[in-house]
Write a protein that binds this ligand. Structure first.
Ligand code: B12
Ligand code: SF4
Ligand code: SF4
Length: 337
C-alpha cells in the first residue's frame, strides 16, 4: 500500500467521511526553471491569490478585517508551513436528517450549529491524523486546521477531489451534498495527489435564486456583507448594527443561514450522520423566540458554552432574536389585515 493510501485509510478509520490529497505546488516556478512557451492555466496558489484579492477589493469581506490581513499568506500554504508539499483534506459530514421545526414563534438556526461546536469535534481528530502521518513518515512536519487558519479550505478540498465549489461558493460532494465541514493537514511530504473535483452545477442556478438577500453576487462569488450568515454571526461588535434594508429579509433566521444549501439538488440523497455531537437539541431545532429573548447573559453563556452560537455573543444573538420577533409581529399584522 502506498503512503498516500495508508494516510487515507487512517483518516477514514478516525471517522472522517471524505479524504483526498492535494499537491501544493509553488505559485511560481523555481527561478532556474525555463519559462513556459505557451500560455498555461495559473497554478492554484496564484489563482487563489488573484481571486482573494479581487474579492477583498470589492469589499465583500465587510468588517471581517482578519480576511484582508496578509492575503498572499492566506493563498499560499507554504507561507503557513514552510516546505509544505501536500495537503490531506478531510470532510466531516454533519447532516442529521432532522427537519427544522418552524412553528410560528420559533426561530431558525443553521444546521452546522445544531449540535456541539464542530471545531471541538474535528480538530482533535485532525491532530490524531497528523500524529499518525508523522509516525508513518518520521521527520515529516505537519500543521492542522479546521476553519482556524489562513487556508482557503474549499479550493483545496476541490483540488483534493472531495467535490467542487458550487455556485453558492461552498464545496458540494456528489456523495454528501453540501453538508461537509472541511479540515486539512498540511505536510512536508510529497504525496500522490487525487484528481481535482469536477464542477457538476451545470446550468442550475437554484442557490442563487434562493438567496433571500441576493448575496451571491455572481456564480461562485458571495458578497459577505449581504449574507445572512455574516449578518447574524460575524456582525456583532459594538456599533455594528444590521442595515435596515436587511431586517425583513432575515425573517426568523437567528444564527446563520442554510437557504442556498437546502435548495441544492445534490442534497436530496444526502446520507445521515449518527455523530452524537451533531444531533440537535429541542432548543436548536425549534428555538422559541420569546424564551430566548428572556435569556440573561449568564444563561446564554451556560446554554451555548459548547455551541458555535457562542460566536455571535450575547448582545448579537439577542439582537437577532429581537429582529425575528419584530418580523413575526409584522407578518402577524400583515396576515390579519
Ligand atoms: C469567511 C468565511 C465565511 C464568510 C464569507 C463566505 C464566503 N463565501 O467567503 C461568511 C460569514 C459569510 C460565511 C458563511 C458561511 N460559511 Co463560512 N467560512 C469562511 C472561511 C473562514 C473563509 C472563506 C474565505 O476564504 N472566503 C474568501 C473568498 C475569497 O473565498 P471563497 O468563498 O473561498 O471564494 C473563492 C473560491 O470559491 C474561488 N473559486 C470559485 N470557483 C473556483 C474554482 C476553482 C477551481 C478555484 C481554485 C477557486 C474557485 O474564488 C472565490 C473568490 O472569487 C471558511 C474557512 C476557510 N478558512 O476556508 C469558512 C467556510 C467556507 N464556511 C463554511 C460554512 C459551513 C458556512 C455557512 C454554510 C454557514 C451557515 N450555514 O451559515 C455559510 C455559507 C455562506 C456561503 N454561501 O458562502 C464551511 C464550508 C464547508 C463547505 N462544504 O464548503 C467552511 C469551509 C468552514 C469549514 N471549515 O468547514 N463563511
Ligand atoms: S447563506 Fe443565506 S444569505 Fe448567505 S448566500 Fe446562502 S442563501 Fe444567501
Ligand atoms: S443549487 Fe445548483 S448551482 Fe447551486 S451549488 Fe447546487 S447544483 Fe450548483
Amino acid at each position: 500500500m502506498s503512503l498516500s493510501d495508508a494516510i487515507k485509510r487512517e483518516a477514514l478509520a478516525l471517522g472522517f467521511e471524505a479524504v483526498g490529497i492535494a499537491r501544493v505546488a509553488p505559485a511560481f516556478p523555481e527561478p532556474s526553471d525555463l519559462p513556459p512557451l505557451t500560455p498555461h492555466p495559473l497554478p492554484l496558489i496564484s489563482l487563489l491569490s488573484e481571486r482573494l484579492r479581487a474579492w477583498l477589493d470589492r469589499g465583500y469581506h465587510a468588517t471581517m478585517a482578519w480576511l484582508a490581513r496578509a492575503p498572499a499568506r492566506r493563498a499560499d500554504p507554504s507561507a503557513v508551513l514552510p516546505g509544505c508539499r501536500s495537503m490531506v483534506c478531510v470532510g466531516t459530514h454533519y447532516y442529521t436528517g432532522h427537519p427544522p421545526r418552524e412553528h410560528p414563534g420559533h426561530g431558525r438556526i443553521a444546521r452546522y450549529a445544531w449540535g456541539q461546536d464542530y471545531h471541538h469535534v474535528v480538530l482533535p481528530r485532525l491532530e490524531r491524523l497528523a500524529e499518525r502521518i508523522r509516525a508513518l513518515a518520521p521527520g515529516t512536519h505537519t500543521r492542522c486546521y479546521v476553519d482556524t487558519g489562513p487556508i482557503m479550505e474549499k479550493a483545496w478540498a476541490q483540488e483534493a477531489g472531495l467535490g467542487w465549489i458550487g455556485k453558492h461558493s461552498n464545496l458540494v460532494s456528489a456523495q454528501f451534498g453540501s453538508w461537509l465541514l472541511l479540515g486539512e493537514v498540511l505536510t512536508t511530504l510529497d504525496l500522490e495527489p487525487d484528481e481535482p473535483g469536477q464542477d457538476l452545477c451545470g446550468s442550475c442556478t437554484l442557490c442563487i435564486k434562493a438567496c433571500p438577500t441576493a448575496a451571491i453576487a455572481e456564480p461562485y462569488l458571495v458578497d459577505a456583507a449581504r449574507c445572512i450568515s455574516y449578518l447574524t454571526i460575524e456582525r456583532h461588535h459594538p456599533g455594528q448594527d444590521i442595515d435596515p434594508e436587511f431586517l425583513p429579509m432575515l425573517g426568523n433566521r437567528i444564527f446563520g443561514c442554510d437557504d442556498c444549501l437546502d435548495i441544492c439538488p445534490y442534497n436530496a440523497q444526502a446520507p445521515v450522520t449518527q455523530e452524537p455531537a451533531f444531533q440537535p437539541s429541542a432548543l436548536t431545532q425549534a428555538p422559541h423566540l420569546e424564551t430566548l429573548a428572556g435569556l440573561s447573559a449568564s444563561d446564554f453563556e451556560a446554554t451555548f458554552r459548547r455551541s458555535p452560537i457562542r460566536r455571535a455573543g450575547y448582545a448579537g444573538f439577542l439582537r437577532n432574536v429581537r429582529i425575528a420577533l419584530d418580523n413575526l409581529a409584522r407578518s402577524n399584522i400583515t396576515s390579519s389585515s
